[in-house]
Structures are given as C-alpha cells and as structure tokens.
Design a binder for this molecule. Structure first.
Ligand SMILES: [Mg+2]
Length: 122
C-alpha cells in the first residue's frame, strides 16, 4: 500500500482526508511541517499532501526545504489550500508543487485522481 503523508494543522481536515483516503492508502499525519520533515528523514512517503497555511513554517517554506534537500527533492507534493483564487494554480505549480487541491474538498475524486496521477508518474 502506498503511503500518503498528510501535513495539516486542522484536525477536522485531517479526519476528512483520512476518511477519503484510508481505504486506498496508508495515511501518516503531521500537524506541523517540522514534524513532517523530521519523519521524512527516516521514512519517505510516496506523496505529500501539504497544507499551505500552517503555524510556524508555512507550506511554501516547507516545500522549499523539500526541494532543497537532495534526498527529498523528487517527492511529489500536492498543495492543499483554502485560498482558492484565480491564478493560484499557476502560482503554486510555479512554486514547485506537483499539483493543487483547494479546500474544502467537496469532490473526493479530484483528490484521488491527483494522487493516482502522481503515483503513476513516480
Ligand atoms: Mg492550516
């Protein structure tokens, strides 16, 4: 079973993501980017779902750490963001995210399709 790392500070959102994904994937959850980065040092997930708005180091800063790390830089990372505005998709892809899913997630198929695409590519 492929492993999806969920980096999300909101407990309700983590619960929802687990409900969508747990039948298909192994889920590991982190409340902060630092906790995720520490864990990735010993075990790499197959895909990271990364909330952009996190306390402390935000999603963009965490992504920069991932892309700047020789061991982590190829990890597929999907931005999760509540700030769904025109142009966001391009902005996040330009920043180095592999895909972008806006919250609230109403259609779980969008998320599942994004994960499938990234896992097939890997
Ligand atoms: Mg958040």
């Amino acid at each position: 079973m492929k492993t999806i790392a969920v980096v999300e500070d909101n407990a309700d959102n983590r619960l929802l993501l687990r409900a969508f994904l747990a039948d298909t994937y192994e889920i590991v959850e982190y409340e902060t980017g630092m906790a995720a980065l520490e864990a990735f040092a010993s075990a790499l997930p197959d895909v990271v779902l990364l909330d952009v708005s996190l306390p402390g180091m935000d999603g963009l800063a965490i992504l920069a750490r991932i892309r700047g790390d020789e061991r982590l830089k190829k990890l597929p990372v999907v931005a999760l963001t509540a700030h769904a505005m025109h142009g966001d998709r391009e902005r996040f892809l330009t920043a180095g995210f592999d895909d972008y899913v806006s919250k609230p997630i109403i259609d779980e198929q969008i998320l599942l399709n994004a994960l499938r695409r990234l896992l097939e590519r890997a």
